[in-house]
Ligand binder design. Structure first.
Ligand SMILES: Cc1ncc(COP(=O)(O)O)c(C=O)c1O
Length: 354
């Protein structure tokens, strides 16, 4: 086990600069006009600057500082086969001169596809040691075994749990709220909603905590990217644990967690014609790329909610671009088929463990 830090105040947290901050906050004038709804802004966390950018850079600033303080020489982490988290963590490890072991979930043990593409290609180029297992429980088991083996050989491994959704990771998005508030104050904007893709929930827990702690009145809306029975409870638990960790005393509970599950479709990483249409629409309207697994689904949710008059016309809605665009490329065939031939079935990727 890594040593556990408790009771750190957020301003005293060890932090390593990995992200180019502040990330831009831009208006989406063309899209807002086309949709005829509220004013939409976009926070470009796809431009954090580590690898291809993304929300994980903010989480990694405190996590990697902790790893460094513990004199770690090898980072071990786990996620899906084409994980953005793995890419960003591997980039951070390399920047800090550490080794990286990625325990990824794939269709079978030792899966090694013919074609290297998207994030898997990046994991490979970063010189990561890659292990593939068929389930999350097997990944946890293997991470512990690998760490034990390294320790016996005199090395200092540091395990970062799935997607960095621990209080140290959550800190990244508490700080992001402060950054957003500063940018909005400078430009005279009052944000009513932040909407974004939610997975392991670390990003949302941080945003909720930040929005409450700084008394912003901003409502945080998460769009689920995978099926889960207990996501709201899990995010609330993480927010409460993180608040305790940072000695922030706030009333927090399930009622603070707003999650929309209806845009998941057939499951994690499975894309649909609607998501491709959204990606195409945003690219054509704003010159901004979304990805099929996270931000494409989140924006599909936002567009649908606008269509259902969820927001008032005078609301200011901030879409958090959480990155992930390297995942566009492994989906090139269904994207082409959906747009050129109008095909409309769901497409499940071959590397999916589900
Ligand atoms: C591009 C992208 N957006 C959103 C998320 C969801 O973030 P979280 O796991 O903190 O909910 C992820 C997580 O992997 C991601 O890669």
């Amino acid at each position: 086990m890594n040593e556990v830090m408790i009771g750190m105040r957020i301003e005293t947290l060890p932090r390593i600069k990995l992200a180019n901050l502040p990330t831009p906050l831009e208006g989406m004038r063309n899209l807002s006009k086309q949709l005829g709804g509220p004013r939409i802004f976009i926070k470009r966390d796809d431009e954090t600057g580590l690898g291809f950018g993304g929300n994980k850079t903010r989480k990694l600033e405190c996590l990697m500082a902790d790893a460094k303080n513990q004199k770690a020489d090898t980072i071990i982490t786990s996620a899906g086969f084409h994980s953005n988290w793995c890419t960003q963590t591997a980039c951070a490890a390399k920047r800090l001169g550490m080794d990286i072991i990625l325990v990824k979930q794939g269709p079978r043990e030792g899966y090694d596809p013919e074609e290297y593409d998207g994030n898997h290609l990046l994991h490979f180029l970063l010189g990561s040691e890659i292990k593939v297992v068929p389930s999350r429980s097997k990944a946890d088991e293997l991470m512990n075994e690998l760490a034990e083996d390294l320790r016996l050989r005199g090395r200092k491994p540091y395990i970062i749990p799935f997607a960095g959704s621990t209080p140290l990771g959550v800190a990244g998005y508490i700080n992001a709220v402060l950054e957003i508030l500063t940018q909005c104050y400078q430009r005279g904007i009052k944000i009513d909603y932040i909407i974004h893709a939610t997975g392991s929930g670390g990003t949302q827990a941080g945003l909720i905590l930040g929005a409450k702690a700084f008394n912003t009145g901003i409502k945080v809306l998460g769009i689920s990217v995978s099926k889960s029975e207990n996501r709201v409870e899990a995010i609330a638990r993480l927010a409460v644990t993180s608040a305790k960790f940072f000695e922030i005393s706030l009333p927090l509970g399930k009622e603070d967690v707003n999650v929309f599950d209806e845009y998941v479709g057939e499951g994690y990483g499975v894309i649909s014609k609607e998501v491709v249409e959204t990606i195409n629409l945003v690219a054509k309207a704003e010159g901004i790329f979304l990805d099929p697994v996270y931000t494409g689904k989140a924006m599909t949710g936002l567009i649908d909610l606008i269509g259902k008059n969820y927001f008032k016309k005078e609301d200011n809605v901030l879409f958090l671009h959480t990155g992930g665009t390297a995942a566009l490329f492994p989906y090139k065939n269904p994207i082409k088929a959906f747009i050129k031939k109008g095909e409309s079935s769901w497409v499940k990727p071959p590397w999916s463990p589900m």
